[in-house]
Design a protein around this ligand. Structure first.
Ligand code: AVJ
Length: 328
């Protein structure tokens, strides 16, 4: 049973060693692959989450403030179109932009409003939910510690639900994973449920690249922090000074790719998984893809998964969109 503490319920569906175990699996697979790669979810330890918050305030990083501007202007319309009393947010993180939706939700449905945050990070869940429970006394607030890539079957049921997936986090999936995620999500929804999705849109590389390679070097520090996460989590000996941050725009696949490039030949030892890895000078390890979308292709993908378009809201420059999908 979920425990109630200071105004919110907390329900943990991940084993205590989930992070340690899946970091070992991901690092073993990614570092022994011909083209080395690591999943971006490992960026977000305490330091990495703080660096990401710093990124969202950079002049070059437009996605967060653009999405916020869309929500500020249109959250009321989004909530009204969804007809929902329950908002479930995947990868809720700090739940900061969520407040714009919760203002609309509590205005429109009053006592019947519920919010459930789903994230893998207990710290993020607890601080976000405690803040929301204090700020919205009439709102029922729940925290669900779970992994949205594998545990969508845990979404709370009952009432009309809207599942929100903001921040263009969906862009971190590769196309096949994204299709699988959308199909699984669709299978969990029905009737009057909705999906509210934030997506970064295709635009000039002159805007895209600096957003992932800022002048102050914050994104570089965020990328390199991954090596500290591996060092701590896997008792490894990566030397941060032997790698550099790379951000490229893949015009064919329409995604940004972040990489870490070895600046010399080296060998790294990961004691916790008994692995020795060689890097050649210039070798690159992929750490993130951040896909950018076009309305027609996104619509085709959502329709292929069984969703129907019910709303599309973008900023005047068409840099970012928040879209609403139904299941009819
Ligand atoms: C939070 C995953 C959407 O892809 O833009 C920011 C993460 N990476 N700068 C993104 C990120 C580099 C961000 N997402």
């Amino acid at each position: 049973m979920p425990a109630v503490s200071s105004g919110y319920t907390y329900d943990d569906h991940l084993p205590a060693d989930f992070s340690a175990a899946s970091l070992r699996t991901d690092a073993t697979a990614g570092l022994t692959a011909t083209r080395k790669r690591l999943p971006p979810k490992w960026f977000y330890d305490k330091v990495g989450s703080e660096l990401f918050e710093d990124i969202t305030r950079l002049p070059e990083y437009y996605p967060t403030r653009t999405e916020r501007s869309i929500l500020m202007a249109r959250a009321d319309a989004m909530i009204a179109a969804s007809g929902s009393g329950t908002l479930i947010e995947l990868g809720s993180g700090s739940s900061e932009k969520t407040r714009l939706l919760l203002d609309a939700l509590t205005d429109q449905v009053g006592e019947d409003a519920s919010y459930v945050a789903l994230d893998v990070s207990e710290d993020a869940l607890r601080s976000a939910c405690a803040g929301l429970a204090a700020g919205y006394p009439r709102l029922r607030v729940g925290a669900l510690r779970a992994d949205f890539s594998h545990q969508l079957q845990l979404l709370p049921t009952g009432g009309r639900r809207t599942v929100a997936f903001l921040g263009s986090t969906i862009g971190n999936f590769e196309p096949a994973e994204r299709a699988g995620f959308l199909r699984t999500l669709r299978s969990q929804l029905g009737g009057d449920d909705h999906f509210l999705l934030g997506t970064d849109l295709v635009k000039s590389p002159d805007v895209l690249i600096p957003a992932y390679d800022d002048a102050a070097g914050v994104t570089a520090a965020f990328n390199l922090n991954l090596l500290d996460v591996l060092n701590r989590g896997l008792d490894a000996d990566f030397d941060r000074t032997a790698f550099e941050h790379v951000a490229i725009w893949d015009a064919e696949r329409e995604w940004i790719e972040m990489r870490l490039r070895a600046t010399r030949d080296q060998r790294v030892h990961l004691a916790a998984i008994g692995l020795d890895v060689r890097f050649e000078h210039g070798e690159e390890m992929r750490t993130e893809v951040s896909a950018k979308f076009r309305r027609d292709r996104l619509t085709a993908e959502l329709e292929a998964a069984g969703f129907t378009g019910q709303g599309w809201w973008a900023d005047p420059r068409q840099w970012f969109s928040v879209s609403l999908w139904g299941t009819a």
